[in-house]
Design a protein around this ligand. Structure first.
Ligand code: ADP
Ligand code: MG
Length: 223
């Protein structure tokens, strides 16, 4: 089991009002599988990924990551666990505009204090794996949106994460490019032995997933 949540709840407080971001979510994610969390805008997808990705603290309930109860970790331990084991893919790619594709992919490895030579070699390997062998020196503005998302996926794979969290990865892409990105994420199970959780409203992700959860108003049901 890579990730598991038990009665995971996040309440947002805004002045006098409270909003239930996620409500008693129980889910289990097995190694080397693709899990989709499908729901409309505002249903709690980003809230849930932020909690599983150890970027936010639950109001109640727990996140277990690789059998560890993460509520028992301090901030440094959480940060290290995240840096070493979790990669993120966002709707808007979040690439650094002044860096080349290669340098964007090297960045998480630099944070993990890998040697320069190892960074370069691994970044080139990952960019090849996502089909961008001929784009290593391109900057984001010189790439198509589909290529930008591939760079972001290669970056998420740096440091060999056990888990990739993808938040609306096809949200900015046209139908055909979105389909290619879904297939690429789907291949990671076999190619890189990575577990992937995709939060999306794109029904096509559910079709390639090993398991699908539906989320609505912060509550999930398994399909
Ligand atoms: P999704 O990613 O599915 O669109 P979110 O997880 O972003 O949904 O949001 C779930 C609900 O929580 C929404 O009603 C949203 O308005 C609310 N919400 C999200 N983040 C915050 C926040 N930081 N403060 C207050 N409310 C929030
Ligand atoms: Mg969202």
């Amino acid at each position: 089991m890579i990730a598991k949540t038990t009665d995971l709840t996040r309440v947002y407080r805004l002045g006098a009002s409270t909003i239930l971001g996620v409500n008693k979510v129980n889910l289990e994610v097995e190694e080397a599988t693709l899990v989709s969390i499908v729901g409309p805008s505002g249903s709690g997808k980003t809230t849930l990924l932020n909690l599983i990705g150890l970027c936010d603290h639950p109001t109640s309930g727990k996140v277990f990551f690789m059998e560890k109860d993460t509520s028992r970790l301090n901030d440094t331990e959480r940060r290290n666990l995240r840096l070493q084991n979790i990669g993120f893919v966002f709707q808007t790619f979040n690439l650094l505009p002044t860096l080349t594709a290669l340098e964007n992919v090297e960045l998480p490895m630099a944070l993990a204090k890998k040697s320069q030579a190892a960074q370069r070699e691994e970044a080139a390997r990952l960019l090849k794996a996502v089909g961008l062998a001929k784009r290593l020196q391109h900057r984001p503005r010189e790439l198509s949106v589909g290529e930008m998302q591939r760079v972001a996926i290669a970056r998420a794979l740096a440091n060999h994460p056990s888990l990739i969290l993808a938040d609306e990865p096809t949200g900015e892409l046209d139908s055909k490019t979105g389909f290619e990105v879904i297939n690429l994420l789907s291949e990671l199970r076999r190619k890189e032995k990575t577990t992937v959780i995709v939060a999306t409203h794109d029904e096509r992700v559910a079709r390639v997933a090993d398991k699908t959860y539906r989320i609505l108003d912060g509550s999930i049901t398994q399909e």
